[in-house]
Design a protein around this ligand. Sequence first.
Ligand code: SF4
Length: 459
Amino acid sequence: MKFVDSIQKTAKEAVVGTVCDIIEQNPEKNVDKLFSLAKLLARDEDSKNGIDSVEEMYNEIPSVKEYIQDILINTNKNCSKKLFQNFFSNAIWYGVGKREKWMEKEDTKIPFVLLISPSMRCNLRCTGCYAAKYDKSQGLQFEDVDRIVGQAHDLGIHFMIVLGGEPFFVDYMWDIYEKYSDIQFVPFTNGTLFTEEFGERLEKLGNVMPMFSLEGFEKETDARRGPGVFNKVMEGMDLLKARGIPFGVSSATARNNMDTVTSEEFIDMLIKKGSRMSWYFMYMPVGDKPDVNSMLTPEQRIELGRRTRNIRVTKPYFTIDFFNDAPYVGGCIAGKYYCHINSQGDVEPCIFAHIAVDNAKNKDLIDIFRGSMFRELRARQPYNENMLRPCMMIDNPHVIREVAKVSGAHPTDESAKAMLYDENFQKQLEEYAEAFAPVAEEAWEKDFNREGNIKFAKG
Ligand code: SF4
């Protein structure tokens, strides 16, 4: 390591150590100090400006202040420190520099976050789950996941989302969480397997923040997932809240539940249960029996974004809308800031885009990131000037076909096969994109003044 790098590393470690000391004692009384220290760690003007904006919101918006204070007071200290060290310090401040070196050296982008589905095994059979079609007898072995996570770690990736199947069904993942204690893991779980023993392990680990899947209250959730699931999730939440383990909620949002999952009643219930954030994922026509008619209508889709943004400034809660927040991250992030490794080892650009060229079981991650599919995607991003129309499948469906063709990517499931080769299905997607375009155009002008994060778009 060069001398300057070494000095910088030591200085950063000292700052991280001070932040951890503050977290250990009385963080809620030292918020201004935490913001100042965070600015010392920020690597560039953009990051500093980002911290300034959060600080401004903290000082000016009562619900933001309440949210941050509540997290600082009520989160388990080990979890708080791990979240800070792994997500903010390792993934953002250290990781960005490490990953950027690949970009400078050879125009190769290392993703910020890696999604991995170790196995498609699950104890539930939810309607429309994209996991339903996969062969449950197969899956990655501990050695595969260990190798992949180890390589990702060495490339500077310190943030990983674990999917499936049910991630807590895979016992060896506990060993992975323990071995890679400087990575922040976020498993998306159906929430039915939580016990006191789970709580104890999560508390001790500190680097695992579960996201519970909920489609709404008991009626909506159980209709999709089966009787009793909602109540099991509620029990799981109580168990984690009692220990101060942070967790969130992920909601698949379709035509029939959009109003429920964005309602004040639902958000207030989640806040009361101790949830810290919600991700909204619009239902996508992929996986088992893809149905374009279950997707949000164009108006609902825009409304979801407006409600999400409104919750962020009126409730002590954080929300992410995977599609409508695209302008903040420069449009589609597939194959650039993130990618997904499925249970067969295929490396897909996105959790919904089931195409792949390479397999991580027999190729190193760095060579996969250098590969044709990642390159072709990046060269086309953003696919649309209007970043409210970011997607290669539902907004610009010609892109996934084109990228698959020129990069040599193959479909990794039946719905992707239909996207690439079934003219009837392609027509339905084209029609959806056409119907959404004028509505998105109006919102792009009105809500975003036609401006998105173009710097991010170019990676
Ligand atoms: S391909 Fe579509 S769903 Fe996937 S990251 Fe891009 S915009 Fe999002």
